[in-house]
Design a protein around this ligand. Structure first.
Ligand SMILES: Cc1cc2nc3c(=O)[nH]c(=O)nc-3n(C[C@H](O)[C@H](O)[C@H](O)COP(=O)(O)OP(=O)(O)OC[C@H]3O[C@@H](n4cnc5c(N)ncnc54)[C@H](O)[C@@H]3O)c2cc1C
Length: 387
């Protein structure tokens, strides 16, 4: 959506295909980071974006066993918004789609699922699309595969996926929130489990991190046992765990980390999770995908507008974005390994000395705030055509 908006704003004809009827999905995270808010400021869209209901978090904290600590502080970042905005992703996407629809070159087709690639010899020349009124083909000078971690486009393109394996999955559910509950992002680790509570106003979006493929086992132990485990790790939920009455309220989100060896071929480029599926660790995947979109726009617009050969510039997008993505994925892997060790200790946990030492290093919270909030090699839209 972001790349479609930027291309159309520069005068490129774009069609965005979305397989669902709307954006009302609850599985993609809700964090709009300072780097993304900065880009919206550069685009002149920030004030209107921030009129949408959202919560602001200026720090991310944790409780490991009984040890409370702050992991990241966003309040000193050298950007306009020194906070992470927590905003339902459907609101964010609807906002961007609404702005994009005002641009003459932009078209969005909902309930249009790309099912295959069209080929002109060895070059990708468009897509086959399943629509409510049947199968269609759409030809294009360039196809961008940005269809997420289960990408059809990358599967059809024959790209090599390098998968490093992940030891965790996430159980994703809502539970009500009182006005007296903590406002900042809260991670809790204890009794062999880890729980993230994301403030969404009158409810928490909760993520229980579990050992990969262990959901069936958890279900067999029963919902009362699951509720008990929640209360043990987060006693503040004791008066509302009964809201969880059915396993249908709890969704299993399968976590992956992988990347394509090569993100492009003639006529095709993959970005976002389609090029490199991100884990929820650090809540950065949306913002990394947006950074990919900005880098791609900067590199593609001159070729697309100038009718220069497009295929020759595609490798530059991967070269620009590969390093920041790999570093963040490596950090996510380390976080997973640390979490996987927790699963082996079902009793009360004490924080490891390494964590206690790490959070006491002067300036570490600001450093982590910068890494999570802005990331490496941040992209800007200031010099993009049409901006
Ligand atoms: C449990 C979990 C929690 C997460 N929490 C966070 C978080 O809090 N913050 C954060 O920054 N990141 C989070 N992430 C990571 C984040 O969700 C992704 O990194 C990010 O959404 C990637 O964006 P994307 O645009 O590449 O793909 P997506 O957001 O997955 O978007 C792909 C889009 O393409 C559509 N689509 C798919 N296939 C087709 C098709 N064939 N034809 C047409 N349309 C199609 C989909 O419907 C979707 O709208 C989380 C990930 C997981 C697994």
């Amino acid at each position: 959506m972001m790349l479609g908006y930027l291309l159309a704003r520069a005068g490129v004809q774009v069609t965005v295909l979305e397989k669902h009827r709307d954006f009302f999905r609850d599985f993609r995270g809700d964090t709009v980071h300072p780097s993304t808010l900065q880009v919206f400021s550069e685009l002149g869209l920030l004030e209107d974006l921030l009129k949408l209901p959202h919560q602001r978090i200026t720090s991310a904290s944790g409780v490991f066993g009984g040890f409370e600590f702050t992991m990241a502080d966003f309040s000193h970042l050298p950007v306009r918004c020194r906070f992470v905005a927590l905003m339902p992703q459907w609101d964010f996407l609807n906002f961007l789609a609404g702005r994009a629809r005002q641009l003459p070159g932009f078209r969005i087709e909902m309930e249009h699922e790309a099912t295959d690639l069209l080929w002109n010899g060895a070059r990708v020349a468009g897509v086959t699309v399943q629509t409510p009124s049947g199968t269609q083909t759409i030809e294009a000078d360039l196809v961008i595969g940005c269809d997420g971690r289960h990408s059809t486009i990358r599967r059809c393109s024959g790209f090599e996926v390098i998968d490093t394996g992940v030891p965790i999955d996430v159980l994703w559910f809502r539970i009500s929130r009182e006005s007296t509950d903590p406002e900042q992002l809260l991670g809790r680790v204890n009794y062999g489990k880890a729980l993230i509570l994301i403030n969404r106003g009158d409810y928490f979006q909760a993520g229980m991190i579990i050992r990969k493929n262990s959901f069936e086992q958890i279900k067999q132990a029963g919902l009362p046992a699951f509720r008990d485990s929640l209360v043990r790790i987060a006693p503040l939920l004791s008066d509302r765990v009964d809201e969880l009455r059915d396993w249908d309220q709890i969704k299993l989100l399968s976590v992956q980390i992988n990347h394509l060896r090569c993100w492009h071929r003639a006529g095709l480029l993959c970005i976002g999770d389609a090029a490199h599926a991100m884990s929820p660790a650090g809540g950065v995947g949306i913002n990394v995908a947006i950074q990919d979109a900005i880098a791609a726009a900067r590199i593609l617009i001159p070729a697309l507008l100038g009718n220069h050969p497009i295929d020759g510039v595609l490798a530059r997008v991967q070269r620009r974005r590969q390093f920041p993505v790999r570093v963040i994925q490596q950090m996510q892997r380390q976080a997973h390994l640390a979490l996987a060790r927790v699963f082996d200790h079902p009793g009360p946990l004490a924080a490891p000395w390494q964590l206690k030492l790490f959070v006491r290093i002067p300036g570490v919270q600001r450093f982590m705030g910068r890494l999570i909030g802005i990331g490496l090699r941040p992209e800007h839209v200031r010099n993009l055509p049409g901006v």
